[in-house]
Ligand binder design. Structure first.
Ligand code: HEM
Length: 436
């Protein structure tokens, strides 16, 4: 039988203040009964639906994607990133995605592997035994340097503090859930600082003769105005990739180190894998397929702590999902955080169990019950980049270090902002492994 909107307002008792103070609890509370696949509610006075079944996720992101836009919830993000790849819609999006796609082709990724490992090995060899490291800062600086060299052809380590500070301030204002509810806070100063960084990178590229093939050369070559100027489109796309391409993967790396410290038996298995495959030589992109357990650990980390934790869309047409009518103008929410811990699709969902990605449980799982990188035409363009980087970085650090958590005196709870971050100030102590 078809259930028809109006939504069940009893589920909307959360005040904005409560949602802001604990968005994950809001989502969990809203999710209600495990058997409800679609939960109607009201958000900012608009009809809204939380979709909890993989078939509905597939419909929104893939088979019926043309009935949805991102625009409503992304107004704030647009203030920071302009009309770049993450925020553009329709034809503009398709055109820009085609322009930058070559920077993410397989042959390009293979070249990036060497750069990723070189940066990781340099960071690894700067560390000292028993040193305490603020892991988010370390991982953020490292992944920014990697995006800088691979996609921008630039050494941006010196800009790291500037970029990371602007990003941190801005991203606290960019929680995708709160963006749907509250008026935009000012992010203009951050936008201006970051745009200046981008302009500087582009000018450096132009002065160098601009002959190196990378993201900047692709963007400049696509400008109708010619390659010697900087259009808003190029600036917005470059800024989007700089931010989307380092903060997400840094967050994933930090969560993985935390989970490994909490599950040392998994850390020991990564060490066995890298010792047997690499010994003391540097890893390369050719090693990635053989780092099977390391990848399973990363998969499990992205399941339990997905950096992209909720996706919002607005319906542009009436449609029906799972027997429920979704009127045009509705907001739909789909949440990696909720889906990845749904016991209908994962046995013992709260357990950290990398083996679930290696045994036959993997084959039996519904396709869209796991979507850390989204899906369909708006899926993450950097997915292949991220898998390669995550696996190579974990392996390179595991060759030398075991990271142990400093006791914070309280559980490490995820902090939902634009990404699902660990709490600030998580510190880890470095224990050196005996040389092979
Ligand atoms: C663990 C790491 C990463 C995660 C979890 C992640 C997740 C995502 C997700 C879920 C989306 C889709 C958002 C939506 O549907 O609204 C997305 C889009 C995007 N990501 Fe990633 N990402 C990661 C790494 C990267 C990297 C390394 C890059 C670039 C080097 C990147 C660049 C982008 C861009 C440009 C988009 C917009 C694509 C479009 O709309 O066409 N991401 N990412």
């Amino acid at each position: 039988m078809t259930a028809i909107y109006p939504p069940d307002f009893r589920r909307s008792v959360w005040s904005l203040r409560r949602i802001k103070s604990d968005p994950l609890a809001f989502l969990e509370d809203l999710a209600g009964s495990p058997d409800d696949d679609i939960v109607p509610f009201s958000l900012a006075g608009r009809p809204a639906f939380l979709l909890k079944h993989p078939a509905a996720v597939e419909a929104v992101l893939v088979s019926q994607h043309d009935k949805f836009v991102k625009s409503y919830g992304l107004q704030r993000v647009r203030r920071l990133l302009g009309n770049g790849l993450l925020t553009a819609e329709g034809d503009a999006h398709r055109r820009q995605r085609n322009v930058v796609q070559p920077a993410f082709h397989r042959q390009a990724l293979e070249r990036y592997g060497e750069i990723m490992v070189r940066h990781a090995a340099r960071a690894r060899d700067r560390w000292q035994p028993h040193q305490t490291v603020e892991v988010s800062a370390e991982a953020g600086a490292l992944t920014l340097a990697i995006v800088g060299e691979t996609l921008f052809g630039a050494d941006i380590e010196s800009l790291s503090v500037e970029v990371r500070q602007a990003l941190m301030v801005a991203s606290d204002a960019l929680d995708p859930l709160i963006s749907l509810l509250a008026p935009a806070r000012r992010v203009r100063p951050q936008r201006e600082r970051l745009a200046a960084v981008i302009d500087d990178l582009i000018v450096r590229h132009q002065r160098s003769g601009g002959d190196r093939e990378n993201l900047i050369s692709l963007l400049l070559a696509s400008q109708e105005a010619g390659p010697h100027t900087i259009t808003d489109q190029t600036r917005d796309d470059a800024l989007t990739v700089l931010l989307a391409g380092h903060d997400t993967i840094a967050t994933a790396l930090v969560w993985t180190w935390i989970l490994l410290a909490q599950h040392p038996e998994a850390g020991a298995r990564i060490e066995q894998e890298v010792d047997a495959l690499l010994g003391s030589r540097l890893a390369s992109s050719a090693d990635v397929p053989a780092l099977v357990f390391t990848r399973a650990v990363l998969s499990e980390s992205l399941r339990l702590r997905p950096p992209a934790w909720v996706v919002a869309r607005s319906a542009t047409a009436d449609l029906e999902l799972g027997g429920i009518r979704i009127p045009a103008g509705s907001i739909v929410l789909i949440s990696q955080y909720l889906m990845h811990r749904d016991r209908r699709f994962y046995s013992n969902p709260m357990a950290f169990d990398p083996d679930r990605w290696l045994d036959d449980r993997q084959a039996g799982r519904r396709k869209m019950a796991y979507f850390p990188f989204g899906a369909g035409p708006r899926s993450c363009i950097g997915e292949g980049f991220a898998w390669m980087e995550g696996v190579l970085l974990l392996a390179t650090f595991a060759q030398r270090w075991r990271l142990k958590l400093m006791d914070l005196g309280e559980p490490i709870r995820p902090r939902p902002t634009i990404t699902l971050r660990p709490p600030p100030g998580v510190r880890m102590v470095l224990h050196e492994r005996a040389p092979l």
